[in-house]
Write a protein of this length. Structure first.
Lengths: 110, 119
């Protein structure tokens, strides 16, 4: 079974805090790891990571992959209420199948 | 950017009726599409992989006869929930791997989702 596990399952922070979301995966046929943000409807794409140790950054969000530890983190600095969402990570395997993690529900309080 | 369109966004039906949900890739061809079901505050549960021109591949525990999937063209996949019951009420989302110039970019784009309520 291809497992993708995210932690924490939920998180409540105050505006301005920095958060780190974790994602771990099984190595079987790994090709890339993707992060998504889901608000009320469909998930929107954030990052795709294929190489270990190279940080990808978009505004206050950044993410990095650690292939040795089979994990990835998503950092959000100076959080805003608009960051409240479910954050999903997904592993893409060499057969182009995508396996989604359990998700982390982030709530940012004003 | 690539767009996947899903329709309807919301549907309410009576128990026992069938409901069809469409998923279209608007500016690229999608030989594969994925159908997910999502319960409130939970992650996406893969139901099936839709393959253009061939039968869909269903995940374990998903009833093939209840959730009919058809991928008749390179831009359209449909999910039909047959003889719907209240327990089928859920949020259904489709997605498609993005191809650019014939090559899979590795990105996955999602439709807007369809919220089904069965009375």
């Amino acid at each position: 079974e291809d497992k993708v596990v995210q932690s924490p399952l939920s998180l409540v922070v105050h505006e301005g805090d920095t958060v780190t979301l974790n994602c771990s995966y099984e190595v079987t046929n790994f090709r890339s790891l993707l992060w998504y943000k889901q608000e009320k409807k469909a998930p929107t794409f954030l990052f795709m990571l294929t190489s270990s140790g190279i940080e990808k950054k978009s505004g206050r969000l950044s993410s990095i992959l650690d292939k040795k530890e089979l994990s990835s983190i998503l950092n959000i600095t100076a959080t805003q209420t608009g960051d409240s969402a479910i954050y999903l990570c997904a592993k893409r395997d060499t057969g182009n199948q995508f396996y989604f993690g359990t998700g982390t529900s982030l709530t940012v309080i004003p | 950017g690539a767009v996947v369109s899903q329709h309807p966004s919301r549907v309410i039906c009576k128990s026992g009726t069938s409901v069809k949900i469409e998923c279209r890739s608007l500016d690229f061809q999608a030989t594969t599409m994925f159908w997910y079901r999502q319960f409130p505050k939970q992650s996406l549960m893969l139901m099936a992989t839709s393959n253009e021109g061939s039968k869909a591949t269903y995940e374990q525990g998903v009833e093939k006869d209840k959730f009919l999937i058809n991928h008749a063209s390179l831009t359209l996949s449909t999910l039909t929930v047959t003889s719907a019951h209240p327990e089928d009420s859920s949020f259904y989302i489709c997605s498609a791997p993005y191809y650019l110039g014939g090559a899979n970019t590795g990105e996955l784009f999602f439709g807007e989702g369809s919220r089904l309520t069965v009375l």
